[in-house]
Design a protein around this ligand. Structure first.
Ligand SMILES: [Zn+2]
Length: 135
């Protein structure tokens, strides 16, 4: 079974060793890098939705009610808000992972063959697509 690596969860009664987000504030991060990480965190796949809201530890706003994942890491939906609005920054292993994922996708070539093949005359015929059927 896949184990997602938890990140961005803050100290509470049952997890006293987890950090307070104020410990992770770093104002010396490049604005564009901060934006990329915040956008990445905002676009995760919903792993689980909770009944209650989480409240921001800085501004007390309602800040998400789900956990998100990219298939490797798992984080609370509100983590993007901490990164974007309160200068929270995350450990280098995670930010390097984000940078690598973004760079890999952006550098990748595009193979149109499979999509094209789905609409070849033979495949259209097999599906009985009305646009190419002969009756
Ligand atoms: Zn806030």
């Amino acid at each position: 079974m896949t184990q997602l690596i938890a990140i961005g969860f803050w100290a509470d009664f049952t997890h006293s060793s987890w950090p307070d987000p104020k410990e992770l504030v770093d104002q010396n991060i490049d604005a564009r890098e901060r934006q990329e990480v915040a956008d990445y965190l905002a676009r995760g796949i919903v792993h689980e939705v909770y009944r209650g809201w989480s409240y921001c530890r800085f501004c007390d706003e309602q800040n998400g009610s789900a956990d998100l994942s990219d298939g490797t890491y798992l984080w609370p939906e509100g983590l993007a808000h901490y990164v974007r609005e309160h200068d929270v920054w995350l450990p280098g292993q995670f930010t390097a992972h984000v940078a690598t994922r973004l760079a890999d996708v952006r550098a990748a070539g595009i193979d149109e063959k499979w999509w094209t093949s789905q609409f070849s005359p033979e495949n259209r015929e097999k599906r009985g697509n009305p646009a190419t059927s002969h009756h």
